[in-house]
Design a protein around this ligand. Sequence first.
Ligand code: GLU
Length: 450
Amino acid sequence: MNQYIERVLNATKAKNANEPEFLQTVEEVLTSLEPVINAHPEYEKAALLERMVEPERVIEFRVTWEDDNHEWHVNRGYRVQYNAALGPYKGGIRFDPSVNLSIIKFLGFEQTFKDAMTGLPIGGAKGGSDFDPRGRSDAEVMRFCQAFITELYRHIGQDIDCPAGDLGCGGREIGYMYGQYRRIVGAAEMGALSGKAVSTGGSLMRPEATGYGAVYYLMEVLKHDGTDLKGKRIAISGYGNVGWGIMQKVAELGGKVTYFAGPDGYIHDPDGVDTKEKLDYILEMRAKDPMHCAPYAEKFGCEFVPGQKCWGVKDVDVYMPSATQNDVNLEWAEKIAASGVKYYIEVANMPTTNDALALLRAQKHMVVAPSKAVNAGGVSVSELEMAQNAERLYWSAEEVDEKLKGIMKNIYNASVEVAERYGLGYDLVAGANLVGFQKVADAMMAQGIF
Ligand code: GLU
């Protein structure tokens, strides 16, 4: 390994020993940068990697809120403003009991490169809280969101930092946060939060953007192999906003999602989730109880396998892990590699452990695509929302969708091109890291050392 990379990696490990998710992504990214670091010795002198791994700012705060029984709760809130060399900090807010500083730092670090890859003027950030919105009433969620933003508002703004949604934080939560933000600052500063409802300045296509974008990326991968989505069978995990968007777009383009997994097990529907009735039912099922997908099997007369993941099934063409981080570990990766399935397209942020990813990338028969590139459609349409807000205009769904398609195509092409330029062959994982890194590096070098 390049000595400069090794030194920074070791120092980062020593300094952040209790942050495993953060170290996982730093290791994954840094170890793929060798060709570009070798080609640019000036980066070491400018302490570029040391600066890149250190967030520009970490904000941690108390969130106190009252439940419906008049009992008080205290949660911890975070915003990690990672890197604004390319534009205002941009990235989602995650509400989940698993949230801690390591997870928010890993997401913020990844977001920096993802946002860079979109080619849009946005920096990287991530935030969230260990609050669990599941099982909470609307009024409780509203009070929590108001308390959260009452602390965070002083650190965000349309030219400073624009949070959006992520796991556990959708249109409803963004609506409550935007309302409270507007009340505090006394201005309709719409670009301060994205993922808003269209009625309060949101963009058409934002809810669908991550899932649709992932499918547009997949289409490019298939095109490279002289094929398309028609008749392709896909296995996904997660049927949240992103998984649902994938199901819808895949059905529209003639493919089918034949497996999907939830927290309680997986569904096998050989006909595919391809009708409006099925897609609507998934929304209904998720709203009623997000922890169980078993009712789908009962309703549509198909198979449900309790307590299992669908990784390793053979009768599909593509796997798309779309749930959360580290869904696929080494054991699952071995099953995936043995299944003979060619395409492994990451969608959720860091769904694969590093050892599992290395194993999959080493398979000669497989094409592996990284989440940083594949799921960038969500944040891209968030940025298009900021652009519409700045213009005080709404764009049509067709216009947003066309732009999204173009962005996903550019991300794919740039990754292929840079990997080839550095002699790495058709390597979508390294290509994405190199594209994102180069954009951030150029901007940081141009802005002086600080
Ligand atoms: N949370 C999403 C992501 O991981 C979206 C972020 C945004 O729209 O700012 O990219």
